[in-house]
Design a protein around this ligand. Structure first.
Ligand code: C2O
Length: 571
């Protein structure tokens, strides 16, 4: 009998061991991987548009290397700066849950990586998947320092649409023959607007409309009858762009790395910082179709390149010498085409946005003209006898010379203040208010002002475009969060008439606030750290169109920012 009991116990422990093995094996299919990348930031001589130039690149590539991962994976990127310039990399759209130190905006979350130094970014794609991109976040370096980040669903988790035959990354960019840091300096010194880009590009290629670019063209070879997933990214500096493919429809199924209800359209518009996934069926007769990029000219201040970038949607079997079927693009200022797509963006699933608000901020966004203080106004005050600036609530954001996150964490005083206002200094007809009528109308103050949010607070922002200089569509991007776009419209925001969608609004990280209009967004401030909010049009950011949220720690380790990494760059 005793023997039997011992045998039984032995059997039990054996099955238990097997049990454990099985459990472990099951667990391993869900285990997250770590993806390592090595980024060498280096200058590289490239020949484009009949010229040879030195540009700053990652690993000598334009666009830079794509990063691939799966949801919940850890991504580790060692960035080594082999240039004489200051460098940082930002992972656009990655929410950096409890990892604000690795977010990347210079002087906001870190000091730049100086010449010859390196910094290893280390973060997890917590509950995030879709199309992201990375870009430099210091001076105007991101004009050439950018690349895609593709995060697939977990193993065996399908897309919520029929699997495409093939996926392609399509990055819209701008190309400049002059050094970008020089352009930035010269523009700011002039007080006026920046020069236009020399070309638009698709995956670094301008296409046949530009000088010396007949063969500098990106091409997708497609099989008739198949469906293609295009991951569209606007990495351009200063231009919002329309994108369309001749005779082909685009079905949007994801915006800013969140699934949307399928929505079919002829054209999409992406502001800098926006990403869209679209499905395209190769359902036309065999031939060569152009994929075209042209500007959406919502404002009058920035100069636009008018030549379209063209890539080729090339059916297998098309005669090599066949002509491109031209794409139809909306007219340059077609607001309706933009609105149509915006109206079509709905979260795939019902989300039910919270209704109670703890913090309600009204933030005006737009350009300003500052008084000329220069002794050489002809050189330095080229905008309406003044200097162009941009602001939120009439504060032009000034980058400090140490990282705000470090100053906050180490309680170093003096580099920023906590008095970013909850509303503009005065309410008036923001969209039509005539310049100079009211002093607040055109002038802004300089400051490094932040807004402190308590952990877990439910935040609503009303972003209101002003027309003091001119109205314009502003792609406003928030670091560390995605937010529900619950409403938008033209004119001045009116709480009595504004319509909100709290049921299935899109969950985005960059919202194109309509030209001369407003947008309402909501998020829960549950990610502690220092988070930049700014216009993703680079010149607007340089002019001060930004501010910073500080989100305090909550309770315990799961709601608190860990200490800084040991290799965090020093200023
Ligand atoms: Cu895509 Cu602050 O950046």
């Amino acid at each position: 009998m005793a023997n039997l009991v011992i045998l039984f116990m032995l059997w039990l422990s054996m099955t238990c061991t097997i049990c454990n093995v099985k459990l472990m094996a099951y667990g391993s299919t869900r285990r997250v991987s770590t993806r390592f990348y090595d980024f060498k930031v280096q200058t590289k001589r490239v020949t484009k548009l009949c010229n040879s130039n030195d540009i700053v690149t990652v690993n000598g590539m334009l666009p830079g290397p794509a990063i691939y991962a799966q949801e919940d994976d850890r991504i580790i990127v060692k960035v080594t700066n082999k240039t004489p310039f200051n460098v940082t990399i930002h992972w656009h759209g990655v929410r950096q849950r409890l990892s604000c130190w690795y977010d990347g905006p210079s002087y906001i979350t870190q000091c730049p990586i100086q010449a010859g130094q390196s910094f290893t970014y280390n973060f997890s794609m917590v509950k995030q998947k879709g199309t992201f991109f990375w870009h430099a976040h210091v001076s105007w370096l991101r004009g050439t320092v950018y690349g895609a980040m593709i995060v697939y669903p977990k193993t065996r988790v399908p897309y919520p649409f029929k699997s495409p035959y093939q996926e392609n990354i399509i990055i819209l960019g701008e190309y400049w023959l002059q050094d970008l840091q020089q352009i930035e300096h010269a523009t700011l010194a002039s007080g006026g607007a920046p020069p236009k880009a020399d070309a638009y590009t698709i995956n670094g290629h301008p296409g046949p409309n530009y000088n010396c670019s007949i063969n500098d063209i990106y091409q997708i070879d497609v099989i008739p009858g198949k469906t293609y997933l295009l991951r569209l990214i606007n990495a351009g500096l200063n231009t919002e762009n329309f994108f369309s493919i001749a005779k082909h429809k685009l079905t949007i199924i994801e915006a800013d790395a969140e699934y949307t209800k399928p929505f079919t359209t002829d054209t999409v518009m992406l502001g800098p910082g926006q990403t869209l996934n679209v499905l395209v069926s190769a359902n036309q007769s065999v031939g060569k179709y152009s994929m075209a990029v042209a500007p959406y000219k919502s404002g009058k201040i920035v100069n636009y390149q008018n030549i379209s970038a063209i890539a080729s949607f090339n059916y297998m079997g098309a005669a090599p010498d066949s002509l491109y079927v031209a794409a139809k693009l909306p007219k340059l200022d077609d607001k309706l085409a933009v609105k149509t797509v915006m109206d079509g963006l709905r979260s795939l699933n019902q989300v039910n946005v919270f209704k109670e608000i703890d913090k309600n901020l009204f933030i005006t966004i737009g350009l300003n003209v500052q008084k000329c203080h220069s002794k050489t106004p002809k050189q330095n005050c080229q905008a309406m006898n003044g200097v162009l600036a941009a602001s939120m609530n009439n504060i032009s954001f000034i980058h400090p010379n140490i990282s705000i996150l470090e100053a906050y964490y180490k309680k170093i005083k003096g580099s920023y203040t906590e008095d970013f206002p909850d509303a503009p200094p005065k309410f008036y007809d923001f969209v039509n208010g005539a310049p100079n009528k009211i002093p607040y109308d055109t002038q802004a103050l300089n400051g490094t002002r932040t807004k402190v949010l308590e952990y877990g607070s439910r935040v609503q922002l009303i972003l209101q475009n002003t027309g003091t200089v001119n109205t314009e569509n502003h792609p406003i991007h928030i670091h560390g969060y995605s937010f529900y776009v619950i409403g938008y419209g033209t004119g001045n925001y009116n709480p009595q008439t504004a319509q909100f969608n709290l049921v299935d609004p899109p969950y985005m990280n960059t919202i194109g606030v309509p030209v001369g209009g407003w947008a309402a967004i909501r998020f829960v401030a549950d990610n502690p750290g220092v988070w930049y909010m700014h216009c993703h049009i680079e010149i607007h950011q340089s002019w001060g169109l930004g501010m910073v949220f500080i989100v305090n720690n909550g309770k315990g380790a799961n709601e608190s920012l860990p200490p800084p990494p040991s290799d965090l760059p020093q200023c």
